[in-house]
Design a binder for this molecule. Structure first.
Ligand SMILES: [Zn+2]
Ligand SMILES: [Zn+2]
Length: 225
């Protein structure tokens, strides 16, 4: 994918993507092709080009551990520069604070492919940056109930927690099936207790969507959002 996209058309693509995701979540009907056609008419590229750009946006979403829009399978050939722009635009479109993650991850993936990397010096005193991040206020009662209900067993793989925490309790993490970032609710019908492996897989696995479908099928208390 060419890096030669203007900011305006990139932002318009991100805004369209976020709008479609919102509609999908709210069960409102929409036709992806109409969005591509509008963008194509406005910016003079093919509808295919916009569809592909949307798949790049899906890829950036996956690097953030977020969900992507159905039918737009992540396409990973997006450079770090464009990913940075996309990531900032997602935050802008959602009215959230921008915290750069995707570009760093893309650069890591580019470098890791090179042969015989020299052992880096690293930084003995890494520079710090600070930023305001958007966090959700979670209910103690919900997390406690889900953990107690799980009895130390991961609700995805069915295995006991892999270790006990410093409090001596089996270590599980509570995950929101419809993520809070996607306007999911903080309720026991949307939260599960997972082992750390499964938790990462729900955010970063190429099969994250299948994992979610399996959960909904197996766990009766969950309600699709
Ligand atoms: Zn597990
Ligand atoms: Zn999670």
């Amino acid at each position: 994918m060419s890096e030669g996209w203007g900011k305006e058309e990139l932002l318009a693509s991100v805004v369209a993507y976020i709008e479609m995701q919102r509609k999908e979540r709210n069960g409102q009907p929409f036709i992806k092709k109409h969005y591509y056609e509008d963008l194509a008419a406005k910016f003079g590229r093919t509808t295919k080009a916009f569809e592909y750009r949307m798949q790049n946006i899906s890829y950036v979403m996956t690097l953030l551990g977020r969900n992507w829009l159905s039918g737009l399978k992540p396409a990973k050939n997006v450079g770090a520069n464009v990913a940075t722009e996309i990531e900032a635009m997602i935050a802008q479109a959602e009215g959230k604070q921008y915290v750069p993650i995707a570009a760093f991850e893309i650069e890591v993936r580019e470098v890791v492919k090179k042969k015989n990397l020299l052992r880096p010096e690293g930084n003995y005193r890494p520079a710090i940056t600070s930023s305001t991040i958007t966090q959700y206020k979670r209910d103690v009662a919900v997390k406690a109930w889900v953990l107690q209900h799980a009895k130390g067993v991961c609700e995805s793989c069915g295995q006991p927690a892999p270790f006990c925490g410093s409090d001596g309790q089996p270590y599980l993490e509570v995950h929101h099936v419809r993520q809070l970032a996607d306007n999911g609710s903080d309720t026991v019908t949307n939260a599960v207790a997972l082992c750390p492996n499964c938790h990462k897989a729900f955010h970063y696995s190429e099969n994250s969507r299948e994992l979610v479908s399996c959960l909904y099928e197996r766990i009766a208390r969950l309600v699709r959002e």
